[in-house]
Design a protein around this ligand. Structure first.
Ligand code: GTR
Length: 332
């Protein structure tokens, strides 16, 4: 369902007819209809933040710039839609940093386990010079980085037991995002890593294709993974943010004024997203706890120690090491 070509075609057609409806049935010659993909459903903070941006764009361009959001992975999973974005078949995309790891190596740095000491540290880094450098690094790869959104902290959940220490991952097949870094991370902690698209994880957990996965509170809750895998251990091992980006091909077709307007609206949507995010984390936690789930708070030090070699492997150049040092040195 998540990556169905028929649904995709229907959605693209729907986008076209919506554009006509929005203009009262006749297309305005100066109107640009832009499309944005998201793997999350309506109501999820990333989707609603881009919708907020879309409203602002429409208001401030007098209806000329229409940004249509396609939630729920109807246009495909993050890896597939990213490829389409690079080729200009999609204008905007909201993805996690993980699928960008194989495209721009700079994105590896904030994706590393235990890179950030807290959410405040992550926000300071991504709002500051390191974040700007990482967004800029996407450009040679056909992508314009617009802004970072929160993604909280990812923690492990399994169908059978709590992860109290790394040894508890032994013998467990853990779903990871499509990134070699996360395969290495789970292996360094002693588990078996299984890369899998987000939309397949729920069935994967039910059918025992995987024994567990890892994600933040809102994703654990919105996907109903919490019903399939009830043992949530707050390892908080990754705080990699989400990113909103544009296809460089679509970008180049816009006037400088429109580019600037898009940048402004994207930047403004960050605070909107953070407010939605903070509220959603709490709501999701309550939903999960109300279902009778329990959580375990492990000592993080053994986990941090065990992923040391992952840092050495992925901080493979002086420039990446310097970026990591810059982030670590930030006080927040
Ligand atoms: C979520 C993230 C998605 C996707 C998903 C996953 O937290 O918002 O963009 O990366 O995790 O695990 O695939």
């Amino acid at each position: 369902m998540h990556d169905n070509p028929v649904t995709r075609r229907t959605a693209l057609k729907a986008g076209l007819s919506t554009a006509l409806i929005a203009t009262g049935g006749c297309s305005r010659s100066d109107q640009r209809v832009l499309r944005s993909s998201d793997t999350h459903p309506s109501g999820y903070p990333t989707v609603e933040a881009v919708r907020h941006m879309s409203e602002q764009l429409s208001i401030r361009s007098d209806g000329r710039l229409q940004l249509k959001v396609y939630p729920g992975a109807v246009l495909g999973d993050e890896k597939g839609t990213l490829e389409i974005t690079v080729f200009g078949g999609l204008d905007f995309n909201r993805v996690n940093l993980a699928p960008l790891n194989s495209i721009a190596e700079e994105t590896l740095v904030p994706s590393l386990p235990f890179m950030f000491r807290s959410i405040a540290h992550m926000r300071a880094a991504m709002d500051g010079a390191p974040g700007q450098a990482i967004l800029k690094a996407l450009e040679p790869h056909g992508l314009i980085g617009l802004s970072f959104y929160d993604s909280g902290a990812r923690s492990f959940y399994t169908t059978s037991r709590f992860i109290r220490e790394p040894a508890d991952l032994k013998g467990l097949k853990i779903r990871v995002q499509n990134s070699d870094l996360y395969v290495s991370m789970v292996e360094a902690l002693g588990g078996d890593a299984t890369p899998m698209a987000f939309g397949e994880v729920y069935q994967g957990l039910l059918q025992g294709v995987v024994d567990g996965a890892e994600n933040n509170w809102p994703s654990y809750e919105s996907t109903r993974h919490f019903e399939a895998a009830q043992f949530y251990s707050l390892t908080r091992h990754v705080m990699a943010p989400e990113v909103l980006l544009m296809s460089a091909r679509s970008w180049r077709k816009l006037s400088e004024d429109d580019q600037q307007l898009i940048r402004t609206c994207a930047t403004e949507s960050v605070q909107v997203m953070r407010d939605l995010w903070d509220a959603r984390v709490e709501k999701s936690r309550q939903t999960v706890m109300a279902a009778g789930n329990e959580v375990y708070e492990p000592d993080l030090v053994p986990f941090q120690k065990q992923v040391g070699p992952v840092w050495d492997r992925y901080l493979s150049t002086p420039a990446l090491r310097a970026l990591a040092d810059q982030i670590q040195a930030l006080e927040a």
